[in-house]
Design a protein around this ligand. Structure first.
Ligand code: AHR
Length: 652
């Protein structure tokens, strides 16, 4: 394996090369990254017509002691459904309520993880026809053991109108399968709405589950694409993610049915929170907008104008000053400074649809007119780009078997490097001629897009040997990413899909991170991504593998500098996708000061079986193992195990 580590022949990998793609799939957000513990907190999941299904809320008591239903008497305009509990027991002349009282409980998303000594912020809205004595408690799954409790009491007058109540509960015990109970032993009618339990301790205090957000941060993602995927489109437009319905106070968010992946989301993780998450991770937000297409419908170009305006408004929400119409909404949510939204993707993957290109151009023109600096991403491939169909980036989705994915290490090798680039601005169309003459023009020189690069925003190995996240799938993806590094003059960004799965609601396999209410683990491809986390903005060096009768190796070499201690590193990654162990001579040339004699290390991702996976029981079965390299040198003999990804991190 020869590596030319000289600076003359190196090329910079784009700063935003490796990022993450978050889709609300598999309860990734609701019941996942978003730390809210109550499911269906506003009682809206059953639909706007009442009485409705209150699932997953469950009634405590029988028909002779309590009647529970919904009506439309909420104090929240955009969110009208409220829970109505008519307590029949506990008044003079009737039976006393059963011990422990009657009411409702919410099991959260397959059980609430309540931790000893941790504090939980409870918010609820209440109205009553009588004096109130309502016990709010976190309990074991059978309701018998109380972990923390608070009683709301008040006179008839006090609760005659909707009243917001907030308090903290501190748990005395650990319980990974808890529930929230609201019970009373007093007759009367009580209405409840917008009932929330949030752990106090969330990632950067912004509502993200700490363990899961930390797993994202550990990848050092350079961008965060959101909110989907097909989720951004919906099966029907009425169920698509609509950004403006997901901002403002959480109590006023209507929530919506994620009809693509089959569950309700309260939209606690809304547009603002996605932007906040990107900021907290140090990643550039990439917003996938609904372009008027769902899986089953399309808005025609003649009628797309209101959707275009809605997207421009959304950009104003993110980027506008605090005195703009939508920027002021963001400022009122606690973020007066604009978010750095520089990428907007027009739709998900619907280039094939009838109106896509016509609609795309409307979005493109309106966005560029209002925000010339925004990079607009097209769902169409490179071949469709022309002066009349301009784009800054084109989106590529790659789903393949592991052998196919491995072979796609060369997918972009033949992408044209020269030739016509795109001049997008109508006024400057004459410059297209210059482009045709191949006069290289730096990107955005004219305030318009002059270059076409790919964002591979969804890639994954799928199919039998992908399982729920196998080693071999991770290795194939590693080879694909090595190919992207090598082609990073034409590929600017990449992210895998999907990112998360709640093990209780697996809609898509495999996924990078698996969790339930209290546990998590990274699949082999999550760990594989760690091998690439220093690549964004690094220098790529020419490298080549010469080996006879074996075509299962791919390799790349980068140099990068640590932002912490400014140390310089040469990192050589080698994927061995085959079943043979390989002995390799590594030969590095072109280093000015050589390799330091100590401080270098080798990291290997492998396992005894190619189809091995991680699990809650064995979360680290397939995880990177590092060891020091003694006497690292420019000429080294190394051994690569079968089915392995190895990185040689050499200290310069
Ligand atoms: O990643 C899962 C799905 O695959 C996404 O929603 C969609 O964009 C793609 O087809």
């Amino acid at each position: 394996l020869s590596v030319d580590a000289s600076s003359q022949n190196a090329r910079k990998i784009p700063d935003k090369m490796f990022g993450i793609f978050f889709e609300e799939i598999n309860h990734a957000g609701a019941g996942g990254l978003w730390a809210e513990l109550v499911s269906n907190r506003g009682f809206e999941a059953g639909g706007p017509n009442t009485p409705s299904n209150i699932d997953p809320w469950v009634i405590i008591g029988n028909e002779s002691s309590i009647i529970v239903g919904t009506d439309r008497t909420s104090c929240f305009e955009r969110n009208p459904v409220a829970l109505r509990m008519e307590v029949l027991c506990g008044s003079k002349g009737t039976d006393a309520c059963p011990s422990g009282g009657v009411g409702v409980y919410n099991p959260g998303y397959w059980g609430m993880n309540i931790e000893r000594r941790k504090v939980y912020k409870v918010t609820l809205h209440i109205r009553s026809s009588d004096a109130v004595s309502l016990s709010v408690s976190l309990t074991s799954s059978d309701g018998l053991r109380k972990l923390a409790s608070h009683t709301i009491t008040g006179s008839k007058k006090q609760f005659a109108k909707w009243t917001k109540i907030e308090f903290h509960l501190k748990s005395s015990q650990n319980n990974t399968n808890s529930r929230l109970q609201l019970t009373t032993s007093r007759s009367g009618v009580i209405w409840l709405d917008q009932v929330s339990v949030m752990p106090f301790d969330t990632y950067m205090g912004h509502g993200f589950r700490k363990d899961l957000a930390s797993m994202l941060a550990n990848l050092k993602p350079q961008f965060l694409k959101f909110p989907g995927g097909n989720y951004a489109m919906g099966n029907y437009l009425r169920n698509a993610f609509q950004w403006s319905e997901t901002v403002g106070s959480w109590e006023e968010r209507p929530g919506h049915f994620n009809d693509v992946w089959g569950y309700w989301t309260d939209d606690g993780l809304g547009f603002f929170e996605f932007l906040q998450l990107a900021e907290d991770l140090g990643a550039s937000p990439v917003w996938v907008v609904n372009d008027g297409a769902s899986q089953n419908e399309e808005v025609s170009t003649a009628t797309i104008a209101s959707l275009v305006k809605d997207v421009v408004d959304g950009i104003e929400f993110a980027r506008g000053g605090p005195n703009t119409t939508w920027g002021s909404v963001r400022a009122a949510m606690g973020h007066p400074e604009p978010f750095k939204l520089d990428y907007v993707s027009i739709g998900n993957q619907e280039c094939w649809m009838l109106y896509y290109r016509g609609n795309y151009q409307k979005f493109y023109s309106a966005i560029k007119a209002a925000y010339p600096g925004i990079n607009v991403i097209s769902s169409c491939d490179k071949s469709t780009i022309s002066p009349s169909n301009p784009a800054d980036l084109y989106d590529v989705h790659v789903y393949a078997s592991s052998s196919d994915m491995f072979s796609r290490t060369s997918m972009f090798d033949n992408t044209p490097r020269s030739g016509p680039k795109v001049c997008s601005n109508a006024i400057l169309r004459w410059l297209y001629l210059i482009c045709m003459l191949r006069i290289s023009t730096p990107r955005n020189d004219f305030g318009s897009s002059m270059a076409r690069q790919a964002i591979v925003s969804e890639y994954a190995v799928t199919g039998d040997d992908a399982g729920k996240g196998t080693l071999v799938a991770a290795l194939a993806e590693a080879a694909f990413l090595v190919g992207l590094e090598k082609n990073s003059d034409v590929v600017e960004m990449a992210s895998c899909a999907p990112l998360f799965v709640n093990d209780n609601d697996r809609r898509w396999s495999p996924d990078a991170i698996v969790f339930n209410s209290w546990q998590n683990y990274g699949c082999p491809n999550y760990w594989m991504l760690h091998f690439f986390k220093d690549s964004s903005g690094a220098m790529l060096h020419p490298s080549s593998v010469q080996i006879s009768n074996y075509d299962q190796l791919v390799a790349s070499a980068i140099t990068w500098q640590s932002s912490q201690d400014k140390s310089s590193h040469l990192k050589i990654k080698v994927v061995n996708f085959g079943s043979k162990a390989v002995d390799l001579n590594i030969s590095v040339s072109g280093l000015e000061n050589g390799i330091k004699s100590s401080g270098s290390k080798k990291t290997v991702l492998t396992s005894s079986g190619a189809l091995d996976e991680n699990s809650f029981q064995q979360p680290q079965k397939v995880a990177p193992v590092s060891s020091p390299i003694d006497n690292a040198m420019q000429q080294m003999g190394v051994s690569l195990g079968p089915y392995s990804l190895t990185s040689f991190d050499l200290l310069l």
